[in-house]
Design a protein around this ligand. Structure first.
Ligand code: IMP
Length: 430
């Protein structure tokens, strides 16, 4: 049975929510494998808007198991709040429908405090993080001092770990002029939340292994996008996890070969939230128009997204580094009515044209896009359900994208409605 891994092919916010929801309706299991509550997915189901951040999109379906894998950083308080919020919308959440890897690292209050204090200290050079403590929690995991979900079941170990963690971080907080955090306070808060979160903990890898062997369909739900990957993105303006498809395996405890078809969600133009290089950014009327028509505001932080032309160099690089088998092209309708469209096909750097985003920070900041100009279309593409419904120039634009990035369009989304989707290739059929 084929599985599917969905990842973002740009800087996040590509419209994963709708595509993931559409695929989740046909999956038995939905697994989150990286990131945390920095992500934000909005689902519209039977006219009800449901906002998810840490919970996998499968949660809205009573017969689908949702799994939070070991690669995710879990803020217990944010999780409980989200569970309560979706329950209030008549969506049942129980250990029958939600399983959290017992080895998942926890985001503690100190992580959020550090994240925000560091951003303040960086001033103009800030990363523009979501301030949710994602980076500091991953740092602690790699530094081998992190507190994991399973530690809640072992109080003596938990006390030792919290003491150790805070003796490290309080020194930093002091240095940053921020308030210190008392271990007893954290332990008391953890004690409160333990009975509410431990019932969901278990050996996620083992359960997933059994489900895979039983022929169940698994959907791996990525967050953010390849250009925010800590290794392959625009470092240091990235998130602190691997956002590429390989992480679906390590972040869930599944074999690399089991993660199936990799679907890269790709917006028909480009956006980015937070700081960092953005070669095709349009800080002008075009950018404003894309932002308005595309309603480009962050789901988690409400920040205005930066907007620009489609960058084929970046997406081609994402296709190659992340192993994308096919893309879902989203928000094509935002381009309706533009007289001409530009696609970036290369970068000019020191008088030469290159076909990749360089790794150096100065080089990344100074590349100039080389554009190809295509005719736009005046007709509406919104709600189109087949290629034949699309204006000829919209088809040309989409086909040119496929050619330049070296990956086929598996599906094309033409509005936020689930059924406004043109399917070329079923990712579950491989
Ligand atoms: P962090 O993940 O909060 O550490 O933020 C690091 C960078 O990733 C910032 O530029 C954020 O704006 C960006 N980021 C984090 N999560 C998302 C997301 O879900 N969509 C888009 N950008 C994100």
């Amino acid at each position: 049975m084929a599985h599917v891994t969905v990842i973002g092919a740009q800087w996040g916010d590509e419209g994963k929510g709708k595509v993931v929801d559409w695929l989740a309706s046909r999956a038995d299991v939905v697994v989150r494998f990286q990131g945390g509550h920095n992500a934000g997915h909005t689902l519209v189901i039977d006219g009800k808007t449901i906002k998810l951040s840490l919970l996998p999109s499968g949660i809205v379906r009573p017969h689908t198991l949702s799994v939070i894998g070991n690669g995710v950083v879990v803020d217990p308080w944010a999780l409980i709040e989200e569970i309560e919020r979706v329950r209030a919308q008549d969506i049942p959440v129980s250990p029958e429908t939600l399983l959290i890897a017992e080895s998942a690292p926890l985001i503690l209050p100190v992580h959020g405090a550090l994240d925000r204090a560091r951003e303040l200290e960086r001033g103009a050079g800030k990363i523009g993080t979501t301030g949710r403590g994602i980076g500091p929690a991953y740092e602690d995991k790699v530094a081998r001092r992190g507190v994991r979900l399973c530690d809640l079941a072992e109080p003596p170990i938990l006390r030792e770990k919290v003491d150790h963690l805070l003796s490290h971080h309080n020194a930093l907080l002091r240095g940053l002029g921020a308030a210190e955090i008392a271990p007893a306070e954290v332990l008391a808060r953890l004690e409160e939340v333990t009975p509410r979160i431990l019932p969901y903990a278990g050996a996620a890898w083992e359960r997933l292994d059994a489900l895979r062997r039983a022929g169940k369909r698994i959907l791996f739900e990525g967050a953010q996008g390849v250009m925010l990957d800590v290794d392959h993105g625009t470092y240091p303006y990235v998130t602190s996890s691997n956002t590429c498809a390989a992480q679906a395996a390590t972040g869930s405890g599944m074999p690399a070969a089991a993660t199936g078809f990799v679907l890269g969600i790709t917006k028909a133009y480009t956006t980015r939230v937070g700081s960092g290089p953005f070669p095709t950014e349009q800080d002008n009327e075009i950018g404003r128009r894309l932002g308005e028509r595309g309603r480009e505001f962050g789901t988690v932080t409400g920040r205005k997204r930066r907007c620009g032309w489609f960058d084929a160099v970046m997406v081609r690089q994402a296709v190659r580094t992340a192993g994308i088998d096919g893309i879902a092209l989203t928000k094509l309708d935002v381009l309706d009515g533009l007289e001409e469209l530009r696609i970036c096909t290369g970068y000019r750097l020191n008088g030469e044209v290159i076909n990749r985003l360089p790794a150096g920070q100065m080089a990344q900041a100074s590349v100039e896009p080389v554009y190809e100009t295509l005719d736009g279309w005046s007709e509406s593409t919104q709600g189109a359900r087949s290629w034949a419904d699309l204006p000829a120039n919209a088809v040309k634009y989409s086909r040119r994208i496929e050619e330049l990035i070296g990956a086929p369009i598996a599906l094309l989304s033409t509005s936020p409605e689930r059924d406004d989707t043109i399917l070329m290739r079923d990712p579950f059929e491989g």
